[in-house]
Design a protein around this ligand. Structure first.
Ligand code: NAD
Ligand code: UD1
Length: 332
């Protein structure tokens, strides 16, 4: 199958291109490299033995999309392209609304013109806001607390409206929990620019000695050790979830992609230290505004309907990040 992967040079997109290629599909990437590097194309080729087709450009550029759909018989789209930093979205909401929502509308318009009506969209557990309880089911009420989250919520609604208007579309919304980890080749992973906002990239930079210590945001949450609990999922498992979603596209669906198990900040720090035999110094600081105690998925629907479940454990998440981090230092 020829699958257009928007944002395919990015963290989750690149791992998904590897999995697509491994089972014989052809990923065709469009990415404007706003948060990724061109060498990812070489790395995907190195891992899979097959060079993915790559178009550098913006998903909002309909003339480029027209060219891609004309040059390639695209059968389905996996739509990752978008901005994802919560703090930045609070400072620059219009940039987030334009990029995330504008590009999705342009993409769906061109898909309609070319009668390609199969799409998988990268949503996020952020759409659940502060959930009333955990684990979180797909039918929980949605509450967004920042512009980034609202772009995800609004895109979900836009896609639902599109489906209502034309039920020959097949639309799957995947709500990711906290993707971490890297490919076991050590060639691709998350490569944050500047000071990371998210926990695992921060741990990685502390372990590398690029940052002095981890700030643990709060130890007075209602959790087993007082630090925030999240559902960390290995990016390779997440990528495989997209393959299952592609194989099971059928009308309008929504799935949580998580492991169903929560780990606290300190659990993750300890697992990283133990697995990689390296110290990660940390200091307890105040809570980060907007954070919640616990967030983890009920992943049963994805198991039941897609036959997917996460298989890699937290130790594998930690060791793969460290392997990738060391490749990354060697390259510098
Ligand atoms: P990423 O930034 O690594 O990848 C996104 C890619 O899209 C980048 O390569 C970037 O250059 C590209 N891009 C952005 N805007 C574009 C545009 N207008 N046109 C073309 N390319 C564009 O992010 P990621 O972590 O791989 O996330 C992928 C998707 O999953 C995003 O939509 C994100 O919101 C969503 N998501 C991510 C997480 C996470 O923790 N990483 C969690 C939930 C949801
Ligand atoms: C963040 C995003 C969320 C996104 C998700 C995807 C915010 C507020 N939310 O969620 O929209 O869908 O990533 O992965 O950014 N922590 C520290 N020190 C740090 C960084 C984080 O203690 O330097 C703690 C946090 O307080 C939290 C946990 O680690 O308890 C995980 O944080 P993070 O990786 O940023 O993910 P989320 O907050 O779950």
């Amino acid at each position: 199958m020829n699958v257009l992967v928007t944002g395919g040079m990015g963290y989750i997109g690149s791992h998904t291109c590897v999995e697509l290629t491994n089972i014989g599909h052809n990923p065709i990437i469009i990415d404007n490299l706003s948060n990724s590097k061109p060498e990812v194309q070489d790395k995907i080729e190195k891992i899979t033995g097959k060079r993915p087709v790559f178009y550098e450009g913006d998903v909002a550029d309909k003339s480029l999309l027209n060219k891609i759909f004309t040059d390639n018989k695209i059968e389905a789209v996996i739509h990752f392209a978008g901005y994802k930093a919560v703090g930045e979205s609070v400072e620059k909401p219009l940039m987030y609304y334009r990029n995330n929502i504008g590009n999705t509308v342009a993409l769906c318009e061109v898909m309609t013109e070319f009668n390609c009506k199969n799409i998988i969209f990268s949503s996020s557990a952020t759409v659940y806001g502060a959930p009333k309880s955990v684990p979180i089911n797909e039918d929980f009420e949605l509450h967004c607390t920042n512009p980034y989250g609202r772009t995800k919520y609004m895109i979900e609604e836009i896609l639902r409206d599109l489906y209502i208007s034309d039920n020959t579309w097949n639309i799957t919304l995947l709500r990711y929990f906290n993707p971490i980890g890297a490919h076991d080749s050590g060639l691709i992973g998350e490569d944050p620019q500047g000071i990371p906002n998210n926990l695992m990239p921060y741990i990685m930079k502390v372990a590398l000695g690029e940052l002095p210590c981890l700030n643990v945001f709060g130890n007075d949450y209602n959790t087993h050790d007082g630090t925030g609990v999240r559902d960390y999922i290995h990016v390779v498992d997440l990528a495989k979830g997209h393959i299952k979603a592609l194989e099971n596209l059928n009308g309008m669906s929504v799935y949580n992609l998580g492991t169903g198990t929560g780990y606290s900040v300190l659990d993750l720090v300890k697992a990283f230290e133990k697995e990689n035999n390296i110290k990660v110094p940390y200091e307890i600081k105040g809570r980060r505004p907007g954070d919640i105690d616990s967030c983890f998925a009920n992943p049963d629907k994805a198991l039941k309907e897609l036959g997917w479940k996460a298989e890699l454990n937290v130790e594998q998440m930690c060791s793969s990040v460290w392997k990738y981090a060391q490749n990354y230092i060697n390259k510098k």
